[in-house]
Design a protein around this ligand. Sequence first.
Ligand code: FES
Length: 147
Amino acid sequence: MSNDDRAPTAPRRDFLGMAVGASATAVAAAIGYPVARFVEPRPMPSSGPTLVGKVEDFALGTGKTVLVDEKPVLLLRSADGHFRAFSAICTHLQCVVGYSAERNQIECPCHKGVYSVEGVNIAGPPPRPLEELVVSVREGSVIVSEA
Ligand code: FES
């Protein structure tokens, strides 16, 4: 076989190689996308306002984690009795944050992320503030709902 005999087949091999590669990519995408959609958790629909306790269940100047729609929510009560609620899911890698009364700030134990009591990310890796929820008090009951 001479070099002249091989020359015409090289472009054909390149074309076949690209065609096989493109087909393999298409098959991987066709299989991978439905699998990824199946494995990925679906967002739960909100069940609406949630009663999380009585006012007296939350001492002044404290923070407590409650569940709203099966998700952890950090409910803060300031020294003057004002309530604020934030998603307790860290905006970095989704660890559960907690309130430090000693430092009067919200802290993430995973990578030392720190948020102010206004939910603003002030130190560490969290890229954005915590999501704030709406708190209302009706007839002595504390109710949390999404904004
Ligand atoms: S998960 Fe909270 S700082 Fe990393």
